[in-house]
Design a binder for this molecule. Sequence first.
Ligand SMILES: Nc1ncnc2c1ncn2[C@@H]1O[C@H](COP(=O)(O)OP(=O)(O)OP(=O)(O)O)[C@@H](O)[C@H]1O
Ligand SMILES: [Mg+2]
Length: 442
Amino acid sequence: MPRFVSLRPDAALIPLPWATPLEAWPDDLLVALPRGLSRHVVRFIGVGEAIYAAKEINGDIARHEFQMLTDLNRLGQPAVEPVGIVTDRVDDDGFPLDDVLLTQHLQFALPYRSLFTRGIRHDTVLRLLDALVVLVVRLHLVGFMWGDITLSNVLFRRDAETFSAYLVDAETGELHPHLSKGQRRHDIANGMTNIYGDFLDLKAGGGLDSSLDPGNLVKLIEARYNELWAELTVTEEFSGTDLGRIENRVRRLNALGFDVAELDVDASPGDRIRIRPVVVEPGHHSRRLMRLTGLDTEENQARRLLSDLDRYRARAGLQHTDESIAAHRWLTRVFEPVLAAIPPELQDKRESAQLYHELLDYRWFQSQRERRDVPLDEALPGYINDVLKRLPDEVLPSALAPTDQQHDDEEPMPEDPWDIALESVPSVSTLDRATLLARSKA
Ligand SMILES: Nc1ncnc2c1ncn2[C@@H]1O[C@H](COP(=O)(O)OP(=O)(O)OP(=O)(O)O)[C@@H](O)[C@H]1O
Ligand SMILES: [Mg+2]
């Protein structure tokens, strides 16, 4: 009998065929979802309502990765959630099998190979890279040395017009109280070598526009990492008459999506003042939206929803009403009715906040085209027909047979059903402004 080590035990996992190597599991237990490249066998298993990612690895590594993921989740970092480890596996002939690390499948997440499809636009690539930079900076801020930054070890989720990135592979990670400059540099240097290789592969496979140069992209990631790191951590010094600089610094950090939980202000050396953010917390807008509405969204989705809430407040004459009351009205009279009007078979196409954001974009373009202020409920049928119906599902490709194939670096890449589904869509970001603008001009 195998042993289960788990934080949140799910009894439905116990009867699964643990005596069989993951590679040989029957199709009816597996779920076909997009997946990045990996050395180990990784498969998605469906048990009841839940989907878990199962990775077959050596016991010590499994335990280490489980611990790292648990720590990162405890620290509120964007990483996949660990579920447990299955150890002491033995096959039918009595031979020992590797352990299985189970993580919660990250819903609506896309590996980069599903995003870098033919025709991916320049600025979409830059947004993906920005998301990666934010992730690495966040991890470094809490003292996490990743040791294996690659595109395959990251998952991307749509976040309004941008993306947010999640860590998926913590095998080589180490958590320290603090990272030295040398440690950070080392992590970045290694990572850039890996990512350079990822880009070369993409280029060879036609997934990277010829105008994008792998060397330049990697330099860009490094430059943006340094910029963001400096903005979040560097000590600023100015004259005591220039106190507005303190507020400016806080605003700049808010605009980047960070709250300043602790700012060190040192006014001791005479007329000079020195400020340094000591604790910065990501999620400035998402925390505010959560507080007002209970909606749990990504940062830029929250930004967009909050500005829609402001607009609603102004229009409904609720500027002087308590903010949380206005927010509750917006939630129950605007946001929820929109979601309730989406036909059930289309609800898996997008996460709620993302769908609402895209509808706002759609309404904006329709308003531009028709030179009038189109109400949301009038824009909704167009959005459903022109956009939602044409998108592939991002939760479960239910139209696809439940097969799953391991991608191995050495083998020719098997066709991924997900990639085929994506190719039928004009562009991954069917709905960003530039595409819609082009469409509305046409
Ligand atoms: N919880 C999860 N949710 C969604 N996708 C996941 C999850 N866990 C793993 N994956 C997918 O499986 C892929 C491989 O996982 P992972 O990187 O952990 O394997 P690995 O064999 O350790 O990789 P490496 O070759 O880098 O050592 C990921 O790129 C990701 O696409
Ligand atoms: Mg990996």
